[in-house]
Each structure stands twice: as C-alpha cells, then as structure tokens.
Write a protein that binds this ligand. Structure first.
Ligand SMILES: *Cc1c(COP(=O)(O)O)cnc(C)c1O
Length: 349
C-alpha cells in the first residue's frame, strides 16, 4: 500500500493472487445467470453461511437494501438498532426507496437491542399503525467496537420473530470477523436469521462486492430487487473472482488482524492521555479517546500522525478515534502507530 491506513478495512487493496484471478476469470452475462465465476461465488457464499442461495451485489449497502426491500414493502416497519449501519449509515434507503419505516431502538454496550423492548415494539393489527415486518440485526456491531455478539442473542430474537411472524435480516458486513473471533462458522452465526449480507471488500480484501444469502425463494425475489436497483452487473465474474479468493484464502488470517488490534489497544491503554478499553476489542476495531487534559484536538493528532509517519487515522466524534487493522497492517505498522502517538503526546504534555 502507498500509505499506512488505519481508517478502515475498506481501504484494503486486492492481493496479488486476486489481481491474477481477476485477469483470468471466465465470465458471462450475469443478468442471464450465465457468469460461471459469479455463480461459483454465490454457491460458495451460500455454503459458508449455511443458506440455500446467494446473490452477488455491488456493496454492503446494496445488499442490505436489497434484503430489506425483498422482506418488506411500503407501510411496513423494521425494528432496528439506533446506531446500526442500516439505520444510520445507508442514506435512509429503506425509507427513501422502500417507504419502509424504521423503528429505531437503543442498543447496549455491545450492540444488542433489549429483547423485551423488541417484543414490545411489535405492533398489533390496528389500521392506525404501520405493519411490523422485519427485525434488523448486525454482527459484528460496527458502532460498538466491532463487537462479535454471541449467538444466543440471535436465537432469542428468532423466537420473538417467530411468535409474531416477522423476518430477521443480519447485516454481517464483518460476519467472518465475528466467526473467527467466536471460533464458530459463519453458518453458526447466521443460523437464526432469514437472510444475511457480508462484505468481501473489507477485511477479506476483495476490491468490490458483498453477497446476500438466504433461501432459494428469497434470493429469487432479491434478484428482481437487485435489478430494480440497477445492480444487474453483466460480466461481474471479473469482480467475483477476487471474492472467491476472499472466502477460500482470507478468512482464517483475520485472526492476525484481531491479534494486532489487541496489541494496539493494549499499547494505547499504556499511553498517558489516551483512554482505551482492551476488554472490548475482540475483532479488528479499536476505538479510543483523548482524555480532557490533552491540549490537542482530534484533528491536530490526525494531521500529526500523517505528517510524522504517514499514518492515516479516523476520527469518530469530538475526542474519539477509530483504528482498524487489516491485511496491509503488520506488526511493524502497529509498533510505529504506538511510537508516533506517544511522541506526539509527549511533545505536548
Ligand atoms: C461497511 C458496512 C456496511 C456496508 O458498507 P458498503 O460500504 O456499502 O459496502 C454495512 N454494514 C456495516 C456494519 C458495515 O460496516
């Protein structure tokens, strides 16, 4: 990479093996269902998530929107975490394009909506009210340290959904990070939801794409929704070829990213002026704060990190940062991060 980029795992470049596979991928018209590489990726994704079928989409946002529009329609309501990606970071797509009302609920320290509150939010049959149709969950939970939520929670959500005839969709942008962190399979994590999306383009290093997985019947419907959204991509096997490598070769190594995130957060917790929570770091995300006595702004630190060491870091609020580890961040880069931040703070304390 041309810089040391801790802002996100979305910045990952495709690996040399991916570029090779992309150059050589057999392709066809995927809207006709004739791209062998896309078909192979979709089948592989379905097998990994324990679902019957998969659908290759351009992004995680498109995957979630495709799922939501396939589960629900105008006048329906979706129960969703108030700091979840589908509610906060997807331009309000479900409302803008689907006429679907989000019903946001608070989440706890690791991103779980309260079960009793979910159940109490399900509406009865009254002509005044929207129709409860869908529960949206997320794992790992981006806004809460990328925490991998254990599966018993989703089993409980499933029971609520079944009592009331609702569907459950999981935004599993980092599903494989969760699986690796919990030492389970992606299928274990997704077993209690009707549909799941995961990103190939984050820690798994592919340049583009996500896969939506669910039943054959659901994916048949979702294929129409994807077309409606302009997501029928023709010779998309060029992109899917990288995704196949993601699933076959890039999953287990996510443990390295998680270990480096742990090294990073433990180092951060030792730096005066920094507040970090090592116990919350289970995947590849490290959130940390600048304590009030540090006479520097978040922006000044970001600029100093860039100028002194070529390290790019993201702000996530007034005094809060987020650093994400990935394929292109090694032990040396983590060490440099800690050294540089220590130096910047020492110069000013
Ligand atoms: C990245 C992400 C998405 C999808 O993002 P795209 O940039 O559209 O691929 C969805 N949910 C979560 C939690 C994410 O982190």
């Amino acid at each position: 990479m041309d810089r040391i980029d801790f802002r996100s795992d979305t910045v990952t470049w495709p690996t040399p093996a991916m570029r090779q596979a992309m150059a050589n991928a057999p392709v066809g018209d995927d809207v006709y269902g004739e791209d062998p590489t896309v078909n192979q990726l979709e089948a592989l994704a379905a097998a990994k998530t324990g679902k019957e079928a998969g659908l290759f989409v351009a992004s995680g946002t498109m995957g979630n929107l495709t799922a939501i529009l396939s589960h629900a329609t105008r006048g329906d309501e979706a129960i969703v975490g108030e700091d979840s990606h589908t509610y906060l970071w997807e331009a309000g797509g479900m409302a803008v394009l689907g006429g679907i009302m989000p019903h946001p609920l608070p989440t706890d320290a690791v991103g779980r909506m309260d079960l009793a509150q979910i159940e109490a939010s399900v509406r009865g049959d009254d002509p005044h009210w929207p129709i409860s149709r869908l529960i949206l969950v997320e794992n790992s939970y981006g806004h809460k340290h990328g925490y991998p939520i254990p599966t018993d929670y989703f089993a409980a959500v499933r029971r609520i959904a079944d009592r009331h005839g609702l569907a459950v969709h999981m935004d599993g942008a980092r599903l494989f990070n969760t699986a690796v962190a919990l030492n389970l399979t992606a299928a274990d994590i997704a077993k209690d939801v009707d549909s799941v999306t995961f990103c190939l383009s984050k820690g798994l290093c592919a340049p583009v794409g996500s896969v939506l997985c669910g039943s054959v019947e659901f994916i048949h419907k979702a294929r129409r929704t994807r077309k409606l959204l302009g997501g029928g991509m023709r010779q998309a096997g060029i992109l899917a070829a990288a995704g196949i490598i993601s699933l076959n070769e890039m999953v287990e190594r996510l443990a390295d990213d998680h270990a480096r995130a742990q090294t990073l957060v433990q180092g951060l917790a030792q730096i005066p002026g920094i507040v970090a929570q090592p116990e919350m770091v289970k995947t590849n995300m490290v959130f940390f704060d600048l304590s009030d006595d540090v006479p520097l702004t978040t922006e000044e630190i970001i600029v100093a990190m860039r100028e002194k060491a070529g390290i790019w870091l993201g702000a996530l609020g007034e005094r809060r940062f987020r650093a994400v580890t990935h394929y292109w961040i090694g032990d040396k880069e983590v060490e440099l991060f800690l050294e540089t931040l220590t130096r910047i703070l020492n110069e000013r304390l």
